[in-house]
Design a binder for this molecule. Structure first.
Ligand code: NAD
Length: 372
């Protein structure tokens, strides 16, 4: 199969869809890889490394796209970029939070197939294709570093000739992939860490990382489809917020990661809760892009509310582009293997469980006839 990798164009995006190691594995399997010159540079990979791995590097995007069957990208393409892709080919990318319907006319005009990487089902067989998990791992780690660098305190306990410093107290809300990584990172940096989630399984995982569990009793029926949390009723949400309200003021750094797939993120700390934090405390709201877990957080912005710094970072994994790209590329590799016949040709099977879940368009048509 002929695969192209292009330079990412979204502002601040430094990741690349395939890294040289993965290109080498694809080339060995008989695939031909075209790279737009400079595509890997923001993530730390040179054109020479791609060439050594067996790719052809092309000076222009148009040349890189000539005759390709599959285009791998990190971020969703714009309608104009879709217009550059060869007729009838397949695009693989993340879709982001904006509705995908806006892309359908451009995809239809060129009979393109678009597979959305966030739609990979959370089943064991598809685990190694799961970009949500790989990128959330990076984001959870980086959230702790961002928070720590804003904080007027050190995270670890220090006993020095100039006195003893107490360790900082970190609270992580939502203990999924990003939250558990944040807990592990904050623990390694020496903070005293607590976590909270509504799923009983997450409680066990928080405790197993050496953090304590705060908040209300978790109930088995808070767990919805596929191991995710479900949306809580207004009464359940109020109970959760009240219990957290008692725990929040004792913390220096709060990292919130709670999400409900396809829905607005739940508010876990309201304005009153933010006001109970001491000035100089820091909140990192990783859910800011989907509405936020903390009242007042703004996607992509740093705001100060009553002396509390509230960060709402978006696409945080893009700020650790080398390792984020390495994991992303491994996810794409497994997907390409899944989409390949024994002879290495591209085969999109709309009845396959994984492919079906990912399809935005198949040869320009929305499966089932409506946009999702
Ligand atoms: P996510 O990003 O959707 O949510 C993050 C966390 O927020 C979750 O743990 C969720 O329970 C929690 N949350 C939701 N509402 C909350 C609330 N009101 N209060 C507190 N916490 C709340 O989830 P994720 O991190 O992508 O994954 C969650 C689950 O999916 C985990 O069980 C994980 O092990 C599982 N998973 C499975 C696979 C797989 O099998 N392929 C891959 C990745 C994740």
């Amino acid at each position: 199969m002929r695969i192209a990798v292009l330079r990412e164009t979204a502002p601040g995006e430094a990741r690349v869809a395939l890294v040289p190691d993965v290109v080498q594995r694809l080339a060995k399997a008989g695939h031909q890889i075209s790279i737009e010159a400079g595509a890997g540079l923001p993530a730390g990979f040179t054109d020479a490394e791609y060439e050594k791995a067996g790719a052809r590097v092309h000076a222009s995007r148009a040349e890189a796209l000539t005759g390709v069957e599959l285009v791998a990208r990190v971020r969703r393409p714009t309608p104009a970029e879709i217009g550059e892709v060869p007729q009838g080919s397949t695009l693989v990318s993340m879709l982001g939070v904006e509705p995908v319907e806006a892309l359908v006319p451009a995809l239809a005009a060129r009979n393109l197939t678009l597979l959305g990487l966030e739609r990979v089902p959370r089943i064991t067989r598809a685990q190694s294709m799961d970009v949500l998990s790989s990128q959330a791992t990076v984001a959870g780690y980086k959230a702790v570093l961002l928070g720590a660098s804003e904080l007027g305190k050190l995270l670890p306990m220090l006993t020095t000739a100039a006195g003893t410093l107490a360790p900082a107290k970190v609270l992580v809300l939502g203990a999924g992939v990003a939250g558990l990584q944040a807990i592990a990172t904050a623990r390694r940096l020496g903070a005293v860490v607590s976590g909270f989630d509504v799923r009983p399984a997450a409680r066990e995982q928080v405790l197993s990382l050496g953090a304590s569990f705060v908040g209300p009793e978790v109930s088995a029926d808070y767990e919805g489809e596929g191991g995710y949390a479900r949306t809580l009723t207004a009464e359940e949400q109020a109970k959760t917020r009240d219990a957290l309200a008692a725990a929040v003021p004792h913390h220096d750094l709060v990292i919130s990661t709670a999400q409900v797939p396809g829905r607005k993120a739940p508010i876990l700390i309201d304005a009153k809760g933010v006001a109970t934090l001491r000035p100089g405390s820091v909140v990192v709201d990783l859910a800011a892009e989907t509405g936020g877990n903390v009242e007042g957080s703004k996607a992509g912005e740093r705001v100060v509310i009553g002396g509390v710094v509230v960060l709402g970072p978006v696409q945080l994994a893009a700020t650790v582009p080398l390792h984020a790209s390495q994991m992303f590329a491994r996810n794409v590799l497994t997907l390409v293997q899944h989409l390949s016949t024994k002879e290495g040709a591209l085969k999109i099977d709309p009845e396959d469980e994984i492919t079906k879940a990912m399809l935005v368009t198949l040869s320009g048509q929305v499966p089932g006839g409506t946009g999702r």
